[in-house]
Design a binder for this molecule. Structure first.
Ligand code: ADP
Ligand code: MG
Ligand code: ZN
Length: 635
């Protein structure tokens, strides 16, 4: 075996050498000249480039006279996908009507060129695997990983310190790290540690980074796979790959399995009309079976990431599976400052760059977008021939990035910020005033990536599932608080309350049609709550009542809501100064928690609360782990 592998290695090295020489030569021969990304972009903008050939590695632009320019796709980082780049061009007003884009190669020469990186990577990986195999017999199984299409990374260098501005999440994951470090210690005491952890949040908020950091902190191998990898497979292949993946991880335990984009395979089953996707379902079933197959003593933790928890099959969220959910939200102003500082570590900045100010203007940016912002700034500085990155570079990069992000519509101006702050304060103040509302846990004006401005989250101090008539009325009142505050203060209303209105309408309707809470309609259950079989999202429960009854129900819904709205408006008017103070704190700090809400409700002035928060900076906001009941959010 030793001799054989040696031969293989030499063959690989030989091939690599040939390829390198080939690559160098082909560079010589190729007539196309290599450009930097900004040069390339400029040529598109000026209309000099009229044809573009896009592939995963190289983009080639041709002028009307047939002159060719290339740019390396990997160097485009943020725009490695043409569609995303095109969107930014269009957003900045570039006319692309004369540009032909083809997703192929202009000639075989560059086809070869584009294959080189792939071949090189392949060969290096092969050599690496063979070496690994030689070094330890225990790792013989590593070859199987190729079969699962999963990647394994040992000795990850990522640590919690690399994930900035997410103290609460780190706290929750610390337990998992401890467990992975010594699973036996936990097993001996009969302690149950969550087996599956679901990271939920918008793209670029550091979910993958977090999963890696857990592996890095615990010093365990990290097996990762993406849900979308399974989608294109033949029937049965996905399932067997899942089985392999879990087997390999088990043999290398303690270990972490990370399933990215789990929604690609984990969608609610049976929701589609006709047929469904057999392969996806089989893969999902295999994940469920594999997770159930763990012993309590197994040191394998499965982490998964998604930006949509609501579309996941409920079976995935049952106890013993992904029963722990960690929300990774977009960072607030303080989080953004910390993230900027993490990414500034290896870049030289001029002294005029103030990360506090940059953090202030980048509301709605994800961690990935902040990292990209600094990178763009570095590129601009380099282009300008500077040794240090200056404030002007950061601002230029900001303008550029915002252009690209406008489409995604989560960039917030100062004026929006104030309106959202009033809206959320409206919810929070009413939650504080209505005696049947749960205590406010968190109020934020940072978008969650679902179109809503911010959100206000309440959480019961203790577990209670009982929902009485008065609780529901208070809940409706609090949920209407956002709209009421807008009407009261801004003297105009935004579309930001649509989620709230949907929610109160549902609650009011249920009160009447299911819980018999309307005198007008009596103790009758109007909506049959039978499960619907033909596609859960399509079917509607059958109507069992007449037109007139339907009209009465609608009128009652309207009455309940408008009475609650009047109450909301009156309460906010009476407590206008609390509302004003809270929104000022929110504009400044973006996110506040129970403690600050209580101070404000007690009549403290915004200056005092802000000063308190400044003094507390660094050692706060880990109070969320307490409390039992179901949390509620108003958007
Ligand atoms: P997600 O998986 O949620 O889409 P990633 O983990 O892939 O996001 O994040 C992409 C990149 O953005 C990271 O590699 C990192 O550079 C940066 N990033 C995101 N969130 C953070 C954070 N909280 N702290 C530091 N960097 C971050
Ligand atoms: Mg990711
Ligand atoms: Zn709202």
């Amino acid at each position: 075996m030793n001799k054989k592998t040696k031969v293989i290695i030499w063959v690989c090295v030989a091939i690599a050498a040939v390829l390198i020489v080939g690559a160098l030569l082909s560079d010589y021969i190729a007539s196309a000249s290599q450009l930097s990304f900004s040069q390339f972009r400029a040529k598109i903008e000026s209309g000099e480039i009229v044809e573009i050939y896009v592939n995963a590695f190289v983009w080639t632009g041709k002028t009307a006279t047939g002159k060719a320019f290339t740019v390396n796709a990997p160097a485009l980082h943020y725009y490695s996908d043409w569609a995303a780049f095109e969107a930014t061009l269009i957003a900045s007003g570039v006319d692309l009507s004369n540009l032909t884009v083809e997703f192929s190669n202009p000639n075989s020469g560059s086809m070869l060129e584009s294959l080189f990186p792939m071949l090189m990577v392949g060969i290096v990986a092969l050599v690496f695997f063979i070496l690994m195999r030689q070094m330890s017999g225990a790792n013989a199984k590593a070859m199987n990983i190729g079969k699962t299409k999963a990647h394994v990374q040992n000795n990850l260098k990522v640590r919690f310190a690399d994930v900035a501005g997410a103290e609460e999440e780190k706290e929750e994951l610390q337990e998992v790290v401890e467990f992975l470090k010594s699973p036996k210690k936990f097993a001996d005491l009969g302690a149950k540690v969550p087996r599956g952890i679901l990271l939920v949040g918008p793209p670029g908020t550091g979910k993958t980074l977090f999963a890696k950091a857990v592996a890095g902190e615990a010093g365990v191998p990290f097996f990762s796979v993406s849900g979308s990898d399974f989608v294109e497979m033949y029937v049965g292949v996905g399932a067997s790959r899942v089985r392999d993946l879990f087997d390999v991880a088990k043999k290398n335990q303690p270990a972490i399995i990370f399933i990215d984009e789990i929604d690609a395979v984990g969608r609610r089953r049976g929701a589609g009309l006709g047929g469904g996707h057999d392969e996806r379902e089989q893969t999902l079933n295999q994940i469920l079976v594999a997770m159930d197959g763990f012993e309590t003593t197994d040191g394998v933790i499965v982490m998964a990431a998604t930006n949509r928890a609501d579309i996941l099959d409920p079976a995935l969220l049952r106890p013993g599976r992904f029963d722990r959910q960690i929300n990774v939200n977009l960072p607030d102003v303080k989080g953004r400052e910390q993230i900027l500082k993490v990414h500034a570590r290896n870049k030289p900045f001029a002294t005029d760059v103030n990360f506090k100010t940059i953090a202030r203007i980048t509301v709605g940016f994800s961690g990935a977008e902040l990292a990209n912002l600094l990178n763009e700034a570095a590129i601009l500085a380099a282009r300008a021939g500077r040794k240090l990155i200056e404030n002007v570079d950061v601002y230029d990069a900001f303008d550029k990035t915002v252009m690209g992000l406008k489409k995604k519509s989560h960039v917030i101006t100062e004026a929006d910020k104030r309106i959202i702050a009033y809206h959320e304060s409206g919810h929070a103040v009413l939650a504080g005033l209505c005696k049947n509302c749960d205590p406010v846990h968190e109020v934020t004006i940072i978008p969650r990536g679902n179109g809503a401005g911010g959100f206000t989250m309440t959480r019961p101090a203790e577990d209670s599932v009982f929902h009485s008539y008065n609780q529901m009325l208070d809940d409706i009142c609090m949920t209407l608080g956002g709209r009421a505050a807008e009407a009261l203060v801004v003297k105009d209303v935004t579309q930001g309350a649509s989620g709230d209105l949907r929610s109160v309408t549902n609650t009011a309707r249920r009160m009447i049609t299911q819980y018999g809470m309307s005198e007008e309609l009596g103790l009758v259950a109007y909506d049959s709550d039978q499960p619907v079989f033909v596609g859960m999202e399509y079917g509607h429960s059958e109507k069992t009542y007449s037109q007139e009854t339907a009209a009465k129900i609608d009128a009652e819904v309207r009455r309940i809501i408008s009475e609650a709205y009047d109450r909301a408006l009156a309460l906010l008017k009476e407590n206008r100064s609390i509302l004003d103070n809270m929104s000022r704190v929110l504009v400044e700090k973006e996110t506040i928690y129970t403690e600050e809400v209580e101070m404000l409700m007690a009549g403290k002035d915004y200056k005092e609360v802000i000063a308190y928060m400044d003094a507390q900076d660094g050692n706060r906001r880990v109070n969320s782990l307490l409390g039992g009941g179901e949390e509620k959010t108003a958007e």
